[in-house]
Design a protein around this ligand. Structure first.
Ligand SMILES: Cc1cc2nc3c(=O)[nH]c(=O)nc-3n(C[C@H](O)[C@H](O)[C@H](O)COP(=O)(O)OP(=O)(O)OC[C@H]3O[C@@H](n4cnc5c(N)ncnc54)[C@H](O)[C@@H]3O)c2cc1C
Length: 466
């Protein structure tokens, strides 16, 4: 119980008001919340955002016998998880893959009776060489890339001895946390061949420029991957067979949710939290869980204003920028299942064949790099031809997460210095408001696993405040 704000739990709901949609269960509310002076009340918590973090928080609150209402800005649930289809083939326009060490995610998959699927192995690997691209020996190259990554993250067994408790050796982090991946790469003084094997990957994860990525952000991934190249290569080990959105929907089953409800302001008056949408609809509850991306906090009016650590996080950004567009390409002229790593600074950052259409066209996934007009097929085609000269882009489906109103960035990836500046203060509630997002976990940043971790925490914090 929170001693500062002694509010009794509103377990008895009133009738009347607007019915909300219960997704998954596909039913309308049997006990609609009431409207008092135009303000909807009767819920124990308002959860803002229906991505993995918000779905987890709402589901956990429901499991505790509480009644959450989810307000979601978009006309769909999932957020940076967006299972869709492309000419009849199932695709993921956002997050897709699971690492075997995603223990929380696998527990959810099991709870809801879902299954996973493994992608077919690639047959050809292409890397940059002397300003152009060439196929390489996959086994030897993978081994060399692993060795080089091991050098980049050397010392991480010492500074991250417990990968899910990043501050366990905060004393050792002081010298490494301020470094960018570009700083680390420079210090290693690699040959140009070795550098071109890993620079592109480090830049891709950083949103296009390795100077934006914190060394400790990826070093923690390395630690979470058992400090090994084998573990690292398992980051794309499996996907959810029915699409990642199916897990979010399963978690939200039976939870009241209002789509198309972007939140404009969140006001904590001490006894309750009042949440107002852009269209002026007002809701109040004893607590609110803010489960939108860190980059979005700055677009919401918080009263009182956010503490300094939150304010600087949202100003600096944690969701990667400026390049995080996931492009699905229907391509003629590619017959092998290939994977290519772009050179840092090149318009295509990475490329992989995902499958084949019935007429033989390849279905490929690419991430963008600097200078690519992702809405122009001719530009994408020209960039692709630099890597695979025989390729021809027939059509494409692009999700540019950086330019999405309700995301404004890609996956979470701490910038240099952000870990020590943010943790653990950014995990604390702000009055009666708690926070959840895969952009700020203790463990896997920029992942489903991290989003679920923070959703679990935010629900516990919220329940303690009621
Ligand atoms: C291209 C890409 C590839 C990725 N690949 C992987 C991967 O392979 N594996 C992996 O584990 N992770 C991956 N990730 C990361 C993963 O998708 C995210 O970490 C995770 O989905 C974040 O969940 P979240 O709930 O924190 O945020 P989000 O999914 O962004 O959910 C936030 C929700 O809040 C809503 N919202 C925003 N503003 C408002 C508002 N004002 N009012 C109401 N609602 C609002 C949004 O619409 C959204 O639904 C990837 C991400 C991207 C972008």
């Amino acid at each position: 119980m929170n001693k500062q704000h002694p509010v009794s739990r509103r377990s008895v709901l009133k009738t009347g008001g607007t019915a909300a949609l219960a997704v998954g269960a596909g039913s309308l509310l049997t006990r609609p919340a009431s409207a008092e002076d135009g303000e909807t009340t009767g819920y124990d918590a308002i959860v803002i955002g229906a991505g993995f973090a918000g779905a987890t928080a709402a589901r956990d609150l429901k499991d505790k016998g509480l009644r959450p209402l989810v307000l979601e800005a978009r006309d769909r649930v999932g957020g940076r998880v967006y299972s869709s289809d492309y000419d009849g083939v199932a695709i993921e326009r956002g997050g897709a893959w699971l690492h075997p060490n995603y223990h929380r995610t696998y527990a959810e998959i099991q709870r809801y009776g879902l299954t996973t699927v493994v992608d077919a192995p690639v047959q050809q690997v292409i890397y940059p060489r002397n300003g152009t691209y060439a196929p390489v020996d996959p086994v030897a190259t993978s081994q060399r890339v692993g060795e080089l990554l091991g050098r980049v993250f050397e010392g991480s067994r010492d500074y991250f001895p417990r990968p899910n408790e990043p501050l366990y050796r905060a004393d050792l982090l002081k010298s490494v946390d301020p470094l960018s991946l570009a700083d680390r790469l420079k210090a290693l003084n690699l040959s140009s061949d070795d550098r071109s094997l890993i620079h592109g990957q480090l830049a891709t994860y950083s949103g296009g420029d390795a100077a934006n990525g914190g060394l400790t952000a990826l070093a923690q991934w390395w630690a979470l991957c058992d400090w090994s190249a084998d573990g690292w290569n398992k980051m794309t080990a499996a996907r959810i067979s029915t699409g990642a959105t199916s897990l979010v929907k399963a978690m939200l089953s039976g939870v009241d949710i209002r789509l198309n409800s972007p939140v404009a302001s969140v006001t904590d008056s001490g006894g309750k939290v009042r949440v107002v949408t852009k269209s002026g609809q007002a809701f109040s509850a004893p607590v609110a869980v803010v489960a939108v991306p860190v980059n979005i906090w700055r677009t919401i009016q918080f009263n009182p204003g956010l503490p300094a650590v939150f304010a600087s996080a949202t100003t600096e950004g944690v969701g990667v920028r400026p390049h995080a567009a996931k492009m699905w390409l229907r391509v003629a002229g590619v017959t092998t299942r290939l994977a290519a790593q772009g050179e840092a600074g090149d318009p295509i950052a990475s490329l992989v064949t995902h499958g084949t259409f019935s007429n033989g066209d390849a279905l490929m996934i690419a991430l963008n790099g600097p200078g690519l007009n992702v809405s122009d097929r001719a530009s994408v085609d020209a960039a692709l031809k630099r890597i695979v000269p025989t390729a021809r882009v027939i059509s494409m489906k692009v999700q540019d997460w950086v330019n999405e109103t309700y995301t404004q960035g890609g996956w979470g990836m701490r910038r240099p210095g952000q870990m020590l500046r943010q943790l653990p203060a950014i995990h604390q509630p702000h009055g009666r408001i708690t926070f959840a997002t895969g952009d700020m976990p203790n463990g896997w940043i920029g992942s489903f696993e991290g989003a679920i971790e923070t959703g679990n925490r935010a629900a516990n914090q919220a329940a303690a405040l009621i």
